[in-house]
Design a protein. Sequence first.
Length: 320
Amino acid sequence: MKIFLTGGSGFVGGAFIKAQAKNHEIVAMSRSEKSDAAIKALGITPIRSSLNEVEEAHLAGCDAVIHCAAYVEEWGPWAIYEKLNVEGTRQLLEKAKKAGVKRFVHIGTEAALFHGQHMRGIDETYPLAPNSPFPYSSTKAKAEKLVRDANDKASGFEAIVLRPRMIWGPDDQTILAVVKGMAEAGKFVWVDGGKAMTSTTHIDNLVHAMDLALTKGIGGENYFILDDGVVSIRDFLTAYLATEGVELGAKSVPSWLLRGLSNVVEPIWRTLKLKSEPPITKFTAHIMSRDGTFTDKKARTGLGYAPLISREEGLKQLSS
């Protein structure tokens, strides 16, 4: 199968290329020379473009699109989130349809449901949050709706969404790198002692689901992709950072205080249009203090998905 992939130089896209390049013909969108180099190092041909500039010719002969790229930064102008996450997805869908692509797999997120609340035992019937006060959540919700609405039985265009939660594993430059940097700078603190419960998604399990989604699943549907079981934020991060020899300590702040501070600090940063990141954002303060547990029953029945690796085995491999 010939696949056009966005986000090929990132954690998820790069992992898919490493695992599936031998099974598929993959071309990957690249936005810079740095991305070119990263993609070429994986043995794949980069196509220079951006999410808002993909051309129909870039997708010529492709059977499927896997859309991993998104603006996932913790901080930035709302307009950037809208441009890349929403308009970028809209444009890619339009070009894919015109190019005759038949399958569109979108990497979504449970954050598309989040507006500050606990999420416990959630399945795919839970409503999206396009009006979330958090730009990442809002724009990923809007993007997911675009994808699901683009599904078109008449033309044979099938578009589905995969929703991982807290992606982790080898080559992680997001969760692991950020928490490690905070810990080494003496800035890491638990929220409510890290008692919030969470689902997780090992990168190998997500890549497995992405491959399944190329031929399985129902167009217009969404699927949570998860590791088995749930775990507390404290237990997971403690074990995850220990694979890098990092101890996170015991310092903790109450969630009500952190959320209150973020509700004051972030508006000041936005009002003054400060270029630096605020010391805490509302999104991080809220999502780190709320339970986020989900069910993947739909993926198990609809995609034939089952985790390839357990959380325990994944941590063991990282430590070896």
